[in-house]
Design a protein around this ligand. Structure first.
Ligand SMILES: NC(=O)c1ccc[n+]([C@@H]2O[C@H](COP(=O)([O-])OP(=O)(O)OC[C@H]3O[C@@H](n4cnc5c(N)ncnc54)[C@H](OP(=O)(O)O)[C@@H]3O)[C@@H](O)[C@H]2O)c1
Length: 280
């Protein structure tokens, strides 16, 4: 077992601070990847309807002998632009995710994108609150929400999301949104925590900090997430990297390291700006 630290969400649910992301892992490879991750010590798995690998992920969860209550499974509603989202449609999609995963509950259910220009995210969010009430999601949250959408759902429902999963890495550290989350008791979960493994991991500053600690650049970046208080969900289909990415305890970045990494902020996203995202 690894020593992955945990955080306690605003409803008391405990969530590992490091999880395993499976975006872009084909369904027929997801079982092997998730099994390798579970064997390496990961207990939290991040999938989504749109990743089309809930079935393969579920097979790995079904075949492990790790108790269900030790696992933390996240999936996300693909609130596609092709329809206006009603309560019934959200419940239908949630049921379908549980069915594909082979589970009777998930630990965390997220709205994948706000698609704020469509206004139906409040209806969707209210339905997630209802799902949380039924116990079929231990916690609910959002993804890719900016402050105005967070303020809107909190004002309209008085139910604070447990998590906001957002693009976040040293090139795009999201200091303002993290501060808003901290003020409101929302956990910050970082997607593309390694900057999608391109560019960032070759940065000479990271190479220098990595050499100082005898770690890899990816381990330095993941350690940085943990010390900031983020949840991070690195993806890999490479067994050696899956193991490397969870081996990030037992050392500390000091103030000089953190200052050097702060200098990598370029303010640039790898993914779309949520204000513009409305793809099917
Ligand atoms: N909510 C959202 O809208 C959203 C959007 C994007 C992602 N996500 C979630 O966040 C997870 C992670 O994000 P991501 O997949 O975009 O990017 P990431 O985890 O930042 O990077 C993954 C890439 O880095 C490589 N990599 C992994 N570990 C490495 C290491 N130790 N050294 C060098 N390269 C390494 C991987 O290669 P190999 O696989 O070839 O080893 C892969 O190409 C996703 O899987 C998904 O669960 C959510």
């Amino acid at each position: 077992m690894s020593n992955v630290p945990s955080i306690t969400l605003n409803n008391g649910v405990v969530m590992p601070q490091l999880g395993f992301g499976v975006w872009q892992v084909p369904d027929d490879e997801a079982t092997a990847a998730v099994t390798t991750a579970l064997e390496a010590g990961y207990r939290s798995i991040d999938t989504a309807t749109v990743y089309e690998n809930e079935v393969g992920t579920g097979k790995a969860l079904a075949s492990t002998d790790i108790a269900r209550e030790e696992l933390f499974v996240t999936t996300k509603l693909w609130n596609s632009a092709s329809e206006t989202w009603t309560r019934e449609a959200v419940l239908r999609e949630f049921d379908a995710s549980l069915e594909r995963l082979g589970l009777d509950y998930v630990d965390l259910y997220l709205i994948h994108w706000p698609r704020a220009m469509r206004e139906d995210y409040v209806t969707i969010y209210r339905t997630l609150v209802e799902i949380a009430g039924s116990g079929r999601a231990k916690a609910i949250g959002v993804s890719n929400f900016k402050q105005p959408q967070l303020e809107r759902v909190i004002a309209d429902t008085s139910f604070v999301p447990a998590v906001n999963q957002i693009e976040l890495h040293p090139n795009f550290p999201q200091a303002e949104l993290r501060a808003f989350h901290a003020e409101h008791g929302i956990a910050t979960e970082a997607w593309s925590p390694l900057g999608q493994g391109r560019g960032l991991l070759e940065d000479p500053t990271l190479a220098r900090v990595a050499a100082k600690h005898g770690k890899s650049p990816a381990q330095i970046v993941l350690r940085w997430h943990l010390q900031l208080g983020n949840v991070a969900i690195p993806k890999s289909v490479t067994p050696s990297r899956i193991k490397e990415n969870i081996d990030v305890t037992g050392f500390e970045l000091d103030a000089d390291d953190l200052a050097a990494i702060a200098g990598l902020d370029t303010g640039t996203r790898l993914g779309p700006d949520p204000d513009e995202f409305d793809w099917s």
